[in-house]
Design a protein around this ligand. Structure first.
Ligand code: SF4
Length: 363
């Protein structure tokens, strides 16, 4: 029996539209659109149709909250159009210009994401806080290793995780002194262990504040998946993190199955099936790679948290197949089918996938 993942500390919940983050809610999976701006006649602006299309594709693969960058003031009203037509709550991602954040709050953003360190001054940050308060929406305070405030970045007595955590903590203190508690924080780095250390510190020092976790700028699909799994897996297994984004240099829809895969792997949130399949060895007498690949591909369509075992021989096969919801232990061109821990019958290797999915359909 695997060691139970510790319960996440109960953070103070925030609502992003209808989605609850923190306060013991399931860890929320989010992403961000990546549609280039279009030229609508007076310079580049947000592409409303393109963003809505990408949001619907993200929703279709299970994304629960989406972030949209507002690149300039000319795009604020267009952002409002995206919010109005989106099936997912939309967070406004704003850098540098506090007027954009205020405009986003006024036109229906479900939340704001700002880095207070690049908004220009704390007076401008306060104007954003007031706009969010008036709109009744939360703010994510997002600090990033690439854009730390100079006064903190230049300190030689702190390491990088401590700088990230200090920067976030100082902003949280400012928001709270202004009476605004509807916040969550992120402190991301491209470096896995820096990210992990920063979030561990934040979780210790600010246990009541929901954490948006992620390894930022993690790279293209393979490297980004590995870095995200390592970093987020460690944090989630320690009970840290209320919402997450996997950042891939890829179509954002690729981020969602990776995010849910990480949550499943550390037993924090399981919505989809898990395939248990062995690496094969000389004892295997079927084409297990092809069989497992077909089962894996067909499992992508299944929305049940089942464990399905596809095992190459009798060494570990019967045990794993019996331990799963259903599975097979293969022999020479054949397999023994298992369901709910019981051996059912011997089947031909050619029918393994179909036999498994007949069982899965009934589960
Ligand atoms: Fe080899 Fe059998 Fe183990 Fe698969 S289950 S790796 S075939 S010993």
């Amino acid at each position: 029996m695997a060691e139970k993942v510790p319960a996440r500390a109960l953070t103070r919940p925030i609502m992003v539209g209808s989605v609850k983050i923190g306060g013991g809610a399931p860890v929320v999976v989010q992403s961000m659109t990546s549609v280039p701006m279009i030229d609508a006649g007076e310079g580049p602006v947000l592409d409303v149709e393109g963003n809505l299309a990408q949001i619907e594709r993200l929703a279709a693969v299970g994304c629960e909250v989406v972030r949209v960058a507002i690149p300039n003031r000319a795009s604020i009203a267009r952002f409002g159009e995206v919010v109005a037509a989106s099936s997912l709550p939309v967070i406004a991602d704003v850098h540098f210009d506090h007027e954009i954040a205020i405009g986003a709050a006024e036109c229906g953003a479900a939340a704001l994401r700002i880095n207070p360190g690049n908004i220009g001054s704390m007076q401008r940050v306060d104007a954003v806080i007031d706009a969010a308060g008036h709109a009744g929406i939360p703010i994510r305070i997002g600090v990033n290793a690439g854009s730390l405030d100079n006064a903190i970045a230049e300190r030689t007595d702190l390491n990088q995780p401590q700088k990230l955590a200090l920067s976030a903590s100082q902003f949280v203190e400012h928001f709270q002194q202004r009476g605004f508690e509807d916040i969550c924080i992120s402190a991301k780095s491209h470096d896995v262990m820096t990210t992990v250390a920063a979030y561990r510190q934040l979780s210790r020092e600010l246990p009541q504040v929901p954490l948006h976790i992620g390894v930022t700028e993690a790279g293209t699909t393979q490297q980004g998946t590995i870095k995200s799994a390592a970093g987020l897996g460690m944090l989630l297994a320690e009970g840290i993190g209320d919402t997450l984004r996997v950042s891939l240099t890829a179509d954002p829809t690729e981020e969602i199955p990776v995010a849910f895969g990480i949550l499943s792997a550390v037993d924090v949130r399981r919505l989809s099936p898990e395939l248990i399949s062995c690496p094969t060895c000389s004892r295997c007498q079927v084409n297990l790679i092809d069989i497992a690949t077909e089962v894996s591909s067909r499992l992508n369509q299944v929305k049940k948290p089942l464990k399905v075992a596809v095992m190459g021989c009798v060494v570990n096969g019967p045990g794993e197949a019996a331990d799963a919801d259903c599975g097979v232990a293969c022999g020479k061109d054949c397999a023994v089918l298992f369901a709910h821990g019981k051996q059912l019958r011997k089947i031909s290797a050619a029918h393994i996938a179909d036999e498994l999915f007949a069982l899965i359909d009934e589960m």
